[in-house]
Design a protein. Structure first.
Lengths: 53, 165
């Protein structure tokens, strides 16, 4: 079964849940657009938590 | 918020910007921002100009700023944090969450040492005092912050400075 992951931003204004493929572009877009951060796929994997599988 | 079980996304890096997005609600400055009514953090790359990053991000995420100015720095959050005030028209941000800015005592350093702790409200107080000085000293800022802002910032001037006028 596909893992569902969740990533929350410390800013409190952004939280996303989905497969890694789904959350990756959203997290990268939030990081780039709102916080001027380049976030790699490995970083997204590390900062996410598995909420269901 | 991120917690111990979810490290989450957070701004880090050797240089970070802390932005206070401010607008004037009648005679009350209000703090807002894309992340809620709190400081907004941006990562500053090694080759990036902090003011350019903050101005561009404010324009992109919030709206066209009236004034963006750096007001202080400190070591915090694992790096050097540069604080900015970004003043923006009420019409642009009125729909965003906001809180009124309340006066605070400044965080006082020793003669050669940094303060032991600094609350963001104290950084913001310092930023508004800095803006108050700029309105007196910088023609462009004075022109941009004429009217309501100028009147509000007069209350942030130290007494000796106020007595000169």
């Amino acid at each position: 079964m596909t893992e569902i992951r969740e990533v929350t931003c410390a800013c409190g204004a952004f939280q996303v849940r989905g497969t890694l493929d789904e959350v990756l572009p959203l997290v990268q877009a939030h990081g780039r657009d709102v916080h001027n951060m380049d976030v790699t796929a490995d970083q997204v994997l590390a900062m996410s938590v598995v909420v269901t599988s | 918020m991120a917690n111990s079980t979810n490290p989450g996304l957070d701004v880090d890096g050797a240089v970070q910007a802390e932005v206070f997005v401010l607008w004037l609600d009648d005679a009350t400055p209000r703090l807002t921002g894309p992340c809620g009514a709190e400081p907004w953090y941006l990562e500053i790359g090694a080759q990036q100009d902090p003011l350019d990053v903050v101005a561009a991000a404010t324009r992109r995420v919030v709206g066209e700023p009236v004034v963006v100015h750096s007001t202080s720095w400190r070591t915090d959050r694992g790096g050097v944090v540069l604080s900015f005030v970004a003043v923006i028209d009420a019409a642009v941000v009125r729909s965003l969450a906001a809180i009124p800015v309340e006066r605070r005592d400044l965080a006082r350093s020793g003669a050669t040492t940094a303060p032991e702790s600094i609350a963001y409200q104290q950084v913001l107080e310092h930023g508004l005092r800095h803006l108050a000085w700029l309105v007196q000293d910088d023609e462009l800022v004075a022109e941009r912050l004429s009217g309501g802002w100028s009147a509000v910032l007069a209350g942030y001037l130290p007494e000796p400075f106020r007595n000169l006028h």
